[in-house]
Ligand binder design. Structure first.
Ligand code: CMC
Length: 432
């Protein structure tokens, strides 16, 4: 086994720290102390730039080479050959399902697509203009009260049931959030339809006797769901694991993960991309916008990634999917602006030097809008498939004997001990 020899120049002590899988254990450094009552040497890594928080066999990313694999399968092959529910099974169980296993899984998901009527009423309590992400997060958390048995997270059978429920109910909640906004009657799930067709039916069915989803659009949505299903230890997955590590039930843990997803630097970026394209307004205004970003005013939303420093393999597949969608919906001005923005940014030294490439969110929003989704719904559309990744990672966490409640350390920078001054003698506080 390789090791690292560390000399502590504060004391002259030398230790050997084993290197496994290209990693040292931060707790091995605790042996280095300046006094017997010293806690020991810690590592400092805000935003986890260089810290592994778990061992995982779910998703592999090589950011420099632009590789993404679920359970060993390249994302490109999965997007080309599989359905979202097949990929969901793969992420959750570790292997692609055989025909019979898939039939059982699809049937299980279909059995759980309905929402309890009280959940419908809960949704109705929101104002008509409530942001759908807020509605989604709260509704998922509220499901914890509908399924109190979900707290028994140690029982694998119970966990599987809650997982199927969550995967199945996400599209239903999303469609209900949308229809609530417009005051449209809710459409109950139709289990004759595929996962994405059923979702489109719940979203858009009006008075026609049978809503028929366009097969190109339904497949495009399925591919987008595959691309978004997992992405190893991103901000929301890390949240799922952190909350799950306290043995909270899966509904409140998923609600917390969804809250993390909603931020504009994470899943909220797809909505921000659309706002940015609106702000730019025309192809002619693209160079001025890029200059503004380079001058430090804002970011190019949908560009850059913590891990991918070459290209985002999902963005490539999305571009292909976008072309398919546009054959049905036609193209629009925003797509042209997006293409010009990408062209200029990819040639510009500022972006090239910082290795900033379009990420998955750059084109997903444009596709969603072309399909007829409102921008406020884009992050919810990200959450529908990502729930699979969160739950796969949650299962892995629960089965990992090395995991404990997540509890980082800190470097305390506040006051040393001081004493309360009586009210009449206190000076005005100078900081909040
Ligand atoms: N536009 C302009 N400059 C950027 C951008 C951008 N989108 N992203 C990073 N930079 C600059 C940043 O200012 C910094 O410059 P300098 O070295 O001069 O200070 C440099 O590039 C490195 O950036 P960073 O902030 O250290 O990178 P990070 O790994 O901490 O952040 C990121 C990654 C995705 C949060 C960031 O690139 C970003 O904010 N992008 C825009 C939001 C976005 O599209 N998010 C979706 C991410 S992909 C899907 C998902 O995770 O949900």
């Amino acid at each position: 086994m390789s090791h690292l020899t560390v000399t502590d120049h504060r004391t002259g002590a030398q230790i050997e720290v084993p290197i496994t899988d290209g990693t040292i254990r931060a707790t091995d450094l605790k042996q280095l102390k300046t006094a017997p009552d010293d806690f020991g040497l810690m590592t400092y890594d805000p935003a986890f730039l260089n810290t592994s928080s778990c061992r995982s066999s779910i998703t592999f990313i090589d950011g420099d080479k632009g590789i993404l694999r679920y359970r060993g399968y390249p994302i490109e092959e999965l997007a080309e050959n599989c359905t979202f529910l097949e990929v969901a099974y793969l992420l959750l169980h570790g292997e692609l399902p055989a025909e019979e296993q898939l039939a059982v899984w699809v049937n299980l998901v279909k059995r759980h697509t309905m929402l309890h009527e009280t959940t419908k009423k809960f949704l109705e309590g929101f104002r008509y203009d409530a942001h759908p992400m807020g509605m989604l997060i709260s509704t998922i958390a509220a499901l914890s009260t509908v399924y109190p048995e979900s707290r028994d997270i140690k029982d694998p059978e119970n966990r599987s049931k809650q997982i199927a429920r969550l995967v199945a109910k996400m599209p239903t909640i999303t469609a209900y959030c949308y229809r609530h906004h417009f005051g449209l009657p809710y459409i109950y799930p139709d289990n004759d339809l595929s996962f994405t067709e059923n979702f489109m039916n719940m979203m858009w069915k009006m008075l026609e006797p049978k809503y028929v989803a366009n097969p190109i659009l339904a497949r495009a949505l399925d591919i987008l769901f595959i691309l978004h299903a997992d992405h190893e230890q991103n901000c929301s997955t890390n949240t799922m694991r952190a909350v799950g590590s306290s043995q909270a039930d899966p509904y409140v843990s998923v609600a917390a993960a969804a809250a993390a997803l909603s931020g504009p630097l994470h899943g909220g970026a797809n909505e921000e991309v659309l706002k940015m394209l609106d702000e730019i307004g025309s192809i002619e205004s693209v160079p001025a916008y890029v200059k503004k970003v380079k001058d430090g005013h804002g970011k190019l939303m949908g560009f850059g990634h913590r891990v991918y420093k070459n290209y985002d393999p999902r963005a490539k597949i999305i571009k292909w999917t976008a072309d398919q969608v546009f054959t049905v919906t036609g193209t629009n001005k925003k797509i042209e602006i997006a293409k010009e923005l990408e062209r200029i940014a990819l040639e510009d030294e500022y972006f090239v030097k910082r290795k900033l490439y379009p990420n998955v969110d750059f084109y997903s929003g444009i596709i969603y809008e072309a399909m007829g989704f409102r921008p406020e719904l884009f992050t919810v559309l990200f959450a529908i498939p990502r729930v699979v990744g969160w739950l796969a990672q949650w299962q892995e966490l629960i089965n990992d004997p090395e995991q404990k409640i997540a509890r980082p350390r800190q470097i305390y920078t506040g006051y040393a001990e001081r004493h309360v001054v009586p009210m009449g003698k206190r000076a005005l506080a100078s900081k909040g």
